[in-house]
Design a protein around this ligand. Structure first.
Ligand code: XUL
Ligand code: CO
Length: 439
C-alpha cells in the first residue's frame, strides 16, 4: 500500500460499528455488508473528487491558500502532478473507496502550447493507468475543465467566438479519450460558463443551438471510438455565470428533448446545486428519476444561510435518507455513483481532515441507505401513497387516464355523482413516521 502522504493512517479505515470512539473508523459504512440484494459498496459506489481533495488549497476571495499539501511542493509541474496522483491513490486506497473522478486539468498541468497540454495529459493518463492497475481503484467519470482558462470567460461551447468553441471541443475530445483510456464508466458535462452575464450582449437562441451542436459532436465522437460510458449533464443555476442554461433537472431535460439529445444523456445531480436552484436535493433527484434520467450524484451539502456553492461534506441524515429512497426505488444508479464533490473547510488544515470529511459523508449515506431500505421494505410511506391515488385504479379514475372518458362524459358523471369527498394528505403523520425510522 502507498504510504507517504498520510502516515498517520497506517491501513485501510476499519468498520468498527456505531459504539466505537475511534474517529478514524466507520460507524455505519461496512462495505461488504449485504443490504437487500447488494453490498453497501455496490449500492453506494462512492467516488473521491480529485479537484477538491487533491488540488484544493483553501484559497478564497479573501484569503491565501491555507492548506499546505506535501504533494504540491515539487517545483516541476509534471513531478507535482505525479506526486498529487500518488497522494490521491494513497488516500483513496486507505479510505477503501472504489472510484475517483477528475477534470483533465486536475490531473495534468496546462503547458505553454495546446500540444504540450495534450502531451501532459497523456503522460498523466499513463501514470493513472499504472496506479489504477496497482490499487484496483477505478474511474467513475472524467470531465473537461471548460471554465478555468480565461479564454472561456464568455463561455466554452456557448462562446460568441467560434475559435473558443473549437478549442473547447478539441479539449473535450482529449478528455473523452482520457476517460475512455482509463476505463471511465461515465463522462460528465458541467456547463459552468455556459450561460450569460448580461442579456444585453447575448443571443440566447444561438448559444443554446451552439450548446446542442457541441453535445452532438461529443455524441458522434463517443460513438465513433466506441466509448460505452454514460454521458451525464450536471445542472446548476448560476456561479460562475449569473445564469447557467442547465439550471436544474427540469430545464436540462427540456433542453435535451428539444435538441434531440435525450437518448444520449442522463443527469448528474449535485445537492448544493439543487438548493441554489431553489429546490431540495430530493426534488431534483425525483424529477430526474421520474424521467428515467437519474444517472449519478455529486454528494455534498450547502449552507442554508449562504447563497453560494459551499460544497460541504454531507452529514444530514434526512437528506441522505431521502436520496437513498429515490435511488433504491429506481434500483440503483447503474454506472453512476456518489461522488464527494465536497471540500474540507479552509480551517481544516491537516491532511487527516480529508479522512474525517469522507468518513462522515460515507457514514451519513450508509445510514441513509439502511434507513431508506427499512422504510421501503415496511412500505411505511408507499402504502399510504398507493392508497392516496387508488381512485385512479378503477372506475372513473381509470376511465380518465385510459382516455375512455373526456370532458363531456365527466360533466355527466359529476352531474350524477355530485361533489367529491377528499381525504387528509397526513403530512405531519408521515413526517412522524420518517422520524421514527431515523435513528
Ligand atoms: C461545480 C461542480 C463541478 C462539476 C464538474 O459547481 O460541481 O465540479 O462537478 O465539473
Ligand atoms: Co459537481
Amino acid at each position: 500500500m502507498l504510504n507517504r502522504y498520510f502516515p498517520s493512517v497506517e491501513k485501510e479505515i476499519p468498520f468498527e460499528g456505531k459504539d466505537s470512539k475511534n474517529t478514524l473508523s466507520f460507524k455505519y459504512y461496512n462495505k461488504n455488508e449485504v443490504v437487500g440484494n447488494k453490498t453497501m459498496s455496490e449500492h453506494l459506489r462512492f467516488a473521491v473528487a480529485y479537484w477538491h481533495s487533491f488540488m484544493g488549497s483553501g484559497v478564497d476571495i479573501f484569503g491565501a491558500p491555507s492548506l499546505k499539501r506535501e504533494w504540491h511542493k515539487a517545483g516541476d509541474p509534471i513531478q507535482r502532478a505525479k506526486d498529487t496522483m500518488d497522494a490521491a491513490f494513497e488516500f483513496i486506497t486507505k479510505l477503501g473507496v472504489d472510484y475517483y473522478c477528475f477534470h483533465d486539468r486536475d490531473i495534468a498541468p496546462e503547458g505553454e502550447t495546446y500540444s504540450e497540454t495534450c502531451k501532459n495529459l497523456e503522460t498523466l493518463v499513463e501514470y493513472a493507468k499504472k496506479l489504477q492497475k496497482e490499487t484496483g481503484v477505478k474511474l467513475l467519470w472524467g470531465t473537461a475543465n471548460l471554465f478555468g482558462h480565461p479564454m472561456y470567460a464568455q463561455g466554452a461551447g456557448t462562446s460568441p467566438n467560434s475559435h473558443v468553441m473549437a478549442h473547447a471541443a478539441a479539449q473535450v475530445k482529449h478528455a473523452i479519450d482520457a476517460t475512455y483510456e482509463l476505463g471511465g464508466e461515465n463522462y460528465v458535462f458541467w456547463g459552468g460558463r455556459e450561460g450569460y452575464e448580461s442579456l444585453l450582449n447575448t443571443d440566447m437562441k444561438r448559444e443554446q443551438e451552439q450548446m446542442a451542436r457541441f453535445l452532438h459532436m461529443a455524441v458522434d465522437y463517443k460513438n465513433k471510438i466506441g466509448f460505452k460510458g454514460q454521458f451525464l449533464i450536471e445542472p446548476k443555476p448560476a456561479e460562475p455565470m449569473k445564469h447557467q442554461y442547465d439550471t436544474d433537472s427540469a430545464a436540462t431535460l427540456y433542453f435535451l428533448k428539444e435538441y434531440d439529445l435525450i437518448d444520449h444523456f442522463k443527469l448528474n445531480l449535485e445537492a448544493n446545486h439543487a438548493t441554489l436552484a431553489g429546490h431540495t436535493f430530493e426534488h431534483e433527484l425525483t424529477v430526474a428519476s421520474a424521467a428515467g434520467k437519474l444517472g449519478s450524484v455529486d454528494a455534498n451539502r450547502g449552507d442554508l444561510l449562504l447563497g453560494w456553492d459551499t460544497d460541504q461534506f454531507p452529514t444530514d441524515l434526512y437528506s441522505t435518507t431521502f436520496a437513498m429512497m429515490i435511488i433504491l426505488n429506481q434500483n440503483g444508479l447503474g454506472s453512476g455513483g456518489l461522488n464527494f464533490d465536497a471540500k474540507v473547510r479552509r480551517t481544516s488544515i491537516d491532511p487527516v481532515d480529508l479522512f474525517h470529511a469522507h468518513i462522515g459523508g460515507m457514514d451519513a449515506f450508509a445510514r441513509g441507505l439502511l434507513i431508506a431500505k427499512k422504510i421501503i421494505d415496511d412500505r411505511a410511506l408507499s402504502s399510504f401513497i398507493d392508497e392516496r391515488y387508488s381512485s385512479f385504479n378503477s372506475g372513473i379514475g381509470a376511465d380518465i387516464m385510459s382516455g375512455k372518458a373526456g370532458l363531456e362524459d365527466l360533466d355527466n358523471w359529476i352531474e350524477k355523482e355530485g361533489l367529491p369527498v377528499v381525504s387528509s394528505a397526513r403530512q405531519e403523520m408521515l413526517e412522524n413516521i420518517v422520524n421514527s425510522y431515523i435513528q
